[in-house]
Design a protein around this ligand. Structure first.
Ligand code: ATP
Ligand code: MG
Length: 597
């Protein structure tokens, strides 16, 4: 984990972002300065009894624990935690667990781990700001009863079809429900019946009483509660009614003293309802002002991936990938297993800012962030991914024995001498890349071909003499002779000029390894665009497994250690399958410019 130092905690330039403008204006105006904080989430009275809120702003990341987080969530995490960090605030991790059927502890644990791994913490000043919306069910019920008392909510027992028909549409106003004029007493009685468990699911809902003719359909008496006879992961069998997301979410924000409730654009039409509800509850003394404000920003979409939990679930369920953390998955765990660093994901998120339109980010931007992060820190190593043996025919003649090994060394990192030197040996037989040899060279090919000289990097200059082939014409061995006196780092070693340098590993000390070469999962930049089934554009070559040879020092690699394999790209020791005697590496990304010709 040596490379997971949270370099993102250091201040760095962040892309322009309208939310920063709003927060800075609020701070200057003192909009939130008089808020009080009751030590934890609570109603208006609890907060009023507390001291001034020590947090200058409060944001939250509110995932529904119904799946694994993906790169879009990473964006939201970095945005919310980043704004709180930058403005003396606190960001809450809140599980929006109001839907009993789809939520599981497995997902809660995975989300906690993913947010931590990204480098964020909800423990501020010794207090954990990790909350569960289901802990607010009692308040939500109290608020619903208060709305009934005030004539602002009623129990509707129309059928689901009638309710849908009576809602109207964009051009037609809705029609009042026949149950809309029930008295508060009647509503209380029916609402109690809903809670009792004696009513079947779908038989009734509690609705706000606003305006069935509102041009904003979200204000046409939105549902607050529905009946569900389900066991909840936190509250067990206590409840037979569960709050609707649209009712629960504003209340969750208010109880937690959230100042800036940041969500994605599709919630824009919900904002008038968000404000309506909180204003009414404040009027009734249940909440304090100033109330939280909702702000919407554009979703992040990444090219060549899908970012919908449903579609990701299908990829897993249909075994198109090997699991939620398959290195090709755009889940946070998939990216982690692929080898992406938390800092590279934070850099991608910060670099994309926040705007009022949904954005498609080129996958190459994420790869660029990874290269920027690893270029300066990943130790270098040589690896041969598509090996063919190279035999040095005059080895015994030059060194006195066929078994002689010349010790060689190379810097662990070219710009970081403090990381020391790598040691490996050059012997009579080495592994080289198949495509570093050509029997008949194409124009401009400077590597091995009969009669040409190249340098074995950090080793010696060799001159190619030919090759051996099998019956099918495949090259089975490349033949060459070492040029004495050319060993790297010895005086006069560069007297023999060569145009090409190739990487290699010694046959006597190389470590065999399984290397997974990953490519994009889809062949189209927007796999699910226009309703297309993403299965039609799967890349059949998104995973290629090769048996490679690695420099001997990599025998000590630990899971999640990252390296630059010279000329090949960045690789990580797989966090599940890598073992000392059986190394498994994943290619994170190729190098931007593959060097050599
Ligand atoms: P999905 O559609 O994949 O299920 P979701 O929005 O339903 O995602 P939630 O668990 O409700 O998933 O999301 C938690 C937070 O992450 C929300 O505030 C949501 O707006 C944000 N979020 C989800 N996807 C993206 C995205 N692509 N870009 C930015 N923010 C996102
Ligand atoms: Mg959602």
């Amino acid at each position: 984990m040596a490379h997971d130092t949270p370099s993102g905690t250091a201040p760095k330039p962040v892309a322009a972002n309208f939310l920063r403008g709003i927060i800075e204006r609020d701070l200057e105006a003192g909009t939130w300065a008089q808020r009080r904080w009751g030590g934890g989430p609570g109603d208006g009275a609890q907060h009023a009894a507390g001291p001034l809120d020590p947090a200058k702003i409060r944001t939250r990341f509110p995932p529904e624990p119904n799946g694994y987080l993906h790169v879009g969530h990473a964006k939201s995490i970095c945005l919310n935690f980043g704004l709180a960090r930058d403005y003396g605030g606190v960001c809450h991790l809140r599980f929006d667990d109001t839907n009993p059927e789809k939520e599981e502890q497995e997902y809660v644990d995975a989300i906690v781990e993913a947010v931590r791994w990204l480098g964020f913490d909800w423990n501020v000043g010794g207090t954990d700001h990790l909350f569960y919306a289901s802990n607010y069910f009692d308040f939500m019920l109290r608020a619903a009863n208060a709305l009934i008392d005030a004539g602002l909510a009623y129990v509707d027992e129309q059928s689901a079809e009638a309710m849908r028909a009576n809602r109207g549409d964009f051009t037609t106003p809705g029609t009042n429900s026949p149950f809309r004029s029930r008295t508060p007493a009647e509503n209380h009685a029916r609402f109690a019946e809903m809670q009792s468990g004696h009513m079947p699911e779908g038989a009734a809902v509690l609705r706000a009483k606003i305006d069935m003719a509102s041009p904003n359909i979200n204000l046409r008496d939105p549902a607050l509660y529905r009946i569900k006879h389900a066991t909840h992961h936190n509250t067990g069998d206590k409840w037979h009614i569960y709050p609707m997301y649209a009712y629960a979410h504003p209340i969750e924000d208010a109880l937690e003293n959230i100042t800036h409730s940041i969500c994605t654009l599709e919630f824009e039409d919900q904002r008038p309802w968000y404000d309506w509800l909180l204003e009414r509850l404040a009027d009734m003394g249940l909440l304090n002002r100033p109330l939280p404000k909702q702000y919407e920003f554009g979703r992040l979409n990444l090219s060549y991936v899908v970012t919908s939990k449903r579609k990701l679930r299908e990829l897993v369920a249909e075994h198109i990938v090997e699991g939620w953390d398959d290195p090709r998955m755009p889940t946070i765990f998939g990216m982690r297993r692929r080898g992406y660093t938390p800092a590279s994901i934070r850099a991608m998120a910060d670099g994309t800012g926040a705007s009022k339109t949904n954005i498609w980010l080129d996958y190459g931007v994420l790869e660029g962030c990874l290269r920027n992060d690893l270029e300066g820190q990943a130790p270098r190593a040589m690896a041969v991914l598509d090996p063919v043996p190279l035999v040095l025919e005059n080895w015994a003649e030059v060194f006195g024995s066929a078994g002689h090994v010349e010790p060689c060394q190379a810097p662990a990192h070219p710009q970081r001498p403090e990381l020391g030197q790598r040691q490996f040996g050059l012997g009579a037989q080495v592994w080289i890349e198949k495509d570093d040899f050509a029997e008949v060279p194409a124009k401009g090919f400077f590597r091995l071909f009969p009669g040409n000289k190249v340098r074995l990097k950090y080793g010696m200059v060799i001159e190619c003499t030919g090759c051996e082939k099998d019956a099918a014409g495949q090259v089975t061995q490349v033949l060459a002779r070492v040029v004495p006196g050319t060993k790297s780092g010895t005086p006069g070693s560069d007297a023999v000029k060569v145009k090409g340098t190739i990487t290699w590993v010694g046959a006597h000390d190389a470590v065999p390894a399984t290397v997974n070469l990953y490519d994009r999962l889809f062949t189209e930049a927007q796999p699910d665009a226009g309703g297309r089934d993403f299965r039609e554009v799967l890349n059949p070559n998104s995973k290629q497994v090769v048996q490679a040879w690695l420099e001997p020092g990599l025998a000590d690699a630990q899971r999640e250690n990252r390296f630059q394999f010279e000329r090949h790209g960045y690789f990580v020791a797989d966090r599940e399958l890598h073992a000392a005697g059986a190394p498994v590496f994943n290619r994170i990304t190729t190098l931007k410019d593959s060097w050599g010709t």
